[in-house]
Write a protein that binds this ligand. Structure first.
Ligand SMILES: Nc1ncnc2c1ncn2[C@@H]1O[C@H](COP(=O)(O)OP(=O)(O)OP(=O)(O)O)[C@@H](O)[C@H]1O
Ligand SMILES: O=C(O)[C@H](O)[C@@H](O)[C@H](O)[C@H](O)CO
Length: 181
């Protein structure tokens, strides 16, 4: 059985982790955090206020594609928070063969900057936000997913994402049923 996978995407601080966590809470899906798959050199670079390059992101994206494909093949539904800023990055994620539904959280730059400035426990400096927006490519026709304005609560955004995905949860059995596989 191929299990559906959700990637919650968008620029730093848009709420990916919060919404992915809420989707996992609702569905019981395996929760992933792409920031934990970055090599230390990438975290170090971002911590010093230097944007990652395509080359920096290459092996990291391959690892995330494997995480998604492994879950799909093992029949384990999953949801992972991953910036996935460019179309070609999403192509790498899809290349593992997992059926992926992307949830792009969009919000005004100032709203996100405010949220980033308010958190004190994260490596990512707000100074990198403009570089994130500058390379961001929205989902294009043919890419399976949805854009959501990231202004509701994470729980409401999670429910909206699940409604849009066609993935449902069985109240008695908290796993995905149905979906775009
Ligand atoms: N829908 C929301 N409404 C209000 N605050 C939110 C919402 N989503 C996230 N936040 C807050 O904004 C901050 C950033 O959220 P979060 O860490 O989930 O974003 P992220 O996209 O995963 O960030 P990063 O990519 O930098 O790890 C956190 O302090 C979080 O509590
Ligand atoms: O592709 C990237 O530049 C990175 O994944 C960043 O987006 C951060 O890791 C993340 O958003 C944490 O703030």
């Amino acid at each position: 059985m191929t299990a559906p996978q959700i990637v919650v995407m968008g620029v730093a601080g848009c709420g990916k982790t919060s919404v992915a966590h809420a989707i996992s809470q609702i569905t019981g899906a395996r929760l992933g955090e792409a920031d934990e798959l970055h090599p230390p050199s990438n975290i170090d670079k971002m911590s010093r206020g230097i944007p990652l390059t395509d080359d920096d992101r290459g092996p990291w994206l391959e690892d995330i594609a494997r995480w998604l494909a492994d879950g799909a093949e093992a029949g384990i539904p999953g949801v992972i928070a991953c910036s996935a800023l460019k179309r070609r990055y999403r192509d790498v994620l899809r290349s593992g063969g997992a059926p992926i539904f992307f949830v792009h959280l969009r919000a005004d730059r100032n709203l996100i900057a405010g949220r980033m400035n308010a958190r004190t426990d994260h490596f990512m400096p707000t100074s990198l936000l403009d570089s994130q927006f500058s390379i961001l490519e929205r989902l294009r026709p043919g890419e399976i997913g949805i854009e959501l304005e990231a202004v509701q609560t994470p729980a409401d955004l999670a429910r909206a994402a699940l409604d849009a995905s066609g993935l449902h949860t069985d109240q008695d059995r908290p796993t995905f049923i149905g979906g775009p596989a």
